[in-house]
Write a protein that binds this ligand. Sequence first.
Ligand code: PNS
Length: 163
Amino acid sequence: MRRALFPGSFDPLTNGHLDIIKRSLPLFDEIIIAVLNNPEKEPMFSVEERCAIIKEVLPDVKNGDCCLRVDSFSGLTADFAAEKGAAAIIRGIRAVGDYEYELRMSMMNRRLQPEIETVFLTAAEEYSFVSSSLMKQVFELGGRVSGLVPELVEERMRAKFGR
Ligand code: PNS
């Protein structure tokens, strides 16, 4: 059983995240999408809301033989991956700017859990500029994020802001 953890803030889930999930499907038997509960950050959506959104969007993903799960965690990603018996941590790289941070994180995660590999996947070009924080900023300032986040996410963002 090849199990992987795809950790992130997912505040909110974007089409870039979905693209990385779809690219990971043929590589693993099971992928746990792991939503970080970070009490230091003021999120747009609570961890429960983020998990619920992902669970509602995932049935639209043609996952073939790969089982997709959603979970939340606090603390270290590497430890959560080990606790779940994951062999790999999946991270998406959008552009070269992501690489340095991701490389440092993968080195640290390897030090913490030497048995777990980080697998980097490159995002589709059309999502190379898409980040949750940019989506939130643009939406909050009245801009459109259609096509960059799942429709359900846009709906939930509109509901949050009473639009
Ligand atoms: O979606 P993000 O915000 O880019 O995800 C970053 C995340 C959650 C993967 C990273 O911040 C993380 O792993 N946080 C958990 C705490 C941790 O393990 N820190 C050490 C990383 S080497």
